[in-house]
Design a protein around this ligand. Sequence first.
Ligand code: ADP
Length: 478
Amino acid sequence: MNLQHYIGGEHVPSVSGATFTALEPATNEEYLTVSAGQAEDIEAAVAAARKAFTEGPWPKMPAQQRAGILRKIADAIEKRDDEIASLECRDTGLPITQARGQAHRAAQNFRFFADVITTLGEDVYRVASAQLNYVIRKPIGVAGLITPWNTPFMLETWKLAPALAAGCPVILKPAEWSPLSASLLPAIMEEAGVPAGVFNIVHGIGEEAGAALVAHPDVPIISFTGETTTGQIIMRNAADNLKTLSMELGGKSPLVIFDDADLDRALDAAVFGVFSLNGERCTASSRVLVQDTIYEEFVQRFAERASRVKVGAPDDPATELGALVHPEHYGRVMEYVQIGIDEGARLVAGGSRPDTLPVGNFLSATVFADVSPKMRIFQEEIFGPVVCVTPFSTEEEALELANDTRYGLAAYLWTNNLRRTHRLAQQIESGMLWVNSQNVRDLRTPFGGVKASGLGREGGKHSIDVYTESHIVHVATE
Ligand code: ADP
């Protein structure tokens, strides 16, 4: 298979002819040749998108009409959801049942932002009886969208939908480890009636295609999801042009369980929170903090549940944990398992490749107990099916452990004590807190993190804010 860029409505190779290859995580065999974009390919995409912005109908189109096209995009995605799921599963190693959920959510992203853009109002302020201010939101310009490899199609659409809804032409730079599902987007966009030049893809390596997009002066906004260290590089490189940045970065999210919680449900949440999506999710609850009165019972039951998580071929509907995305990432996750052992944490489940799966990036669901906050496995994002369990005795200690991290994306709290819930909700350092629940999402709410987990929020009107500039008009009527 051969993937090319999509620029101005045409499938094109790189100007230089450069390509790279992508691997299938279940076998590590090369199966895709992908055009490797460089500065000149970004230049061509920016020219096409810029033309669509200054001369095309998209930014000026009435919101209702744009929303109609977004709904057609959702229809076109739904029509292909089996195909999207199977490409995603093959390309990322995610279990097929979970890849299906991601395809469903992608369609929902477009329907949701079609509704947002047709219901969002603008503000008017009356300054004095004969004077008023009104605020209009203008599309910011060509949007650069740089996305990660873990749930590519869902995250691409999570940025595409609001950017397009706001009236911005876009250039998408998919992650080089999982570029395949994005190849369905051009046909989807064309079928829905998106004008040429409004939607563009440039494939490529982050340091080349991604960096060129970040450096381009005619791209005023970069929306990025990925590692914190990459986010820092992007921020530095975007400084010259003072770009708007939206960044959803790493996490090391705590799941705190008090002894008054419903332990069965907390256990289900702990298993789901770190082993679904192969543990390759930014909101993974990778640090489980458990009150000492129930600690041993929890560790034993968690280890038992983890050992039953079915690791297997991503395309097998019975599989719960598939193959990690790439041998380089797999190597890094396996290194963390060794670090945990060397640091003296107690390995109570997993820790190795299942015997039945001799090739591909497979790791059994792995649980370390007795992890202390000084250990690297407590502090560093592993981004795989590896979880730390740590005991605490008091609420103060739980809070201190929960916040003892550079990250602050999500947190999860299990308790039936109402006052404690509200006390901790105000003190836990995270952008999002789920209490007695798994991370159910309402797309209207602001999604994002504090500290090293990001800048800005995505979701509902917060996403529209990212892709628009507010402009006030002050009118004296006398
Ligand atoms: P992940 O490992 O979660 O994919 P990365 O931060 O490595 O996170 O990559 C996320 C996205 O950022 C990918 O599309 C990658 O190509 C891109 N990227 C990596 N380095 C840079 C860079 N220096 N400038 C712009 N984009 C980059």
